[in-house]
Unconditional design. Structure first.
Length: 131
């Protein structure tokens, strides 16, 4: 599926080998970001508008660096991310920003509770657009 981001307003569109992702920062009524993941063909009719929320490409299912040992809470992404686009998953379950983790810089975040050994930690995020 191909989507021209110039026709989107405050929506981040990205693709990987299997899915197209639509991320709506701020979600519905100011809640967490809303992400729609679509496999296969889809025709999307979008209103005319400008920009794609100031973000570039997306990273999905990345394993951040940092020890998972029951005491470490600090983790680092492989690349910088746009503020408020980081999504953290523990054993496949999405965590809530602020309640479960905090973005501490453009490449680091801190979990509220250290994950025990054997936990799977992955992240999704949008990278900044090239200058």
């Amino acid at each position: 599926m191909a989507v021209d981001p110039q026709h989107l307003t405050n929506v981040i569109v990205s693709n990987d080998d299997t899915y197209t992702y639509f991320t709506f920062p701020g979600g519905l009524n100011g809640c967490d970001d809303l992400v729609i993941k679509i496999a296969g063909d889809l025709t999307v009719l979008l209103p005319e508008g400008g920009g794609a929320g100031g973000a570039g490409s997306g990273k999905y299912g990345e394993t951040p660096s940092g020890l998972i040992n029951g005491s470490n809470k600090d983790f680092t992404t492989a690349a910088g991310y746009v503020a408020n686009t980081l999504m953290v998953y523990l054993n496949g379950l999405r965590q809530k920003r602020v309640d479960d983790y905090t973005e501490t810089s453009s490449t680091t975040f801190q979990l509220v509770n250290a994950p025990p050994s054997g936990t799977t930690l992955t992240v999704d995020y949008m990278q900044p657009s090239p200058a």
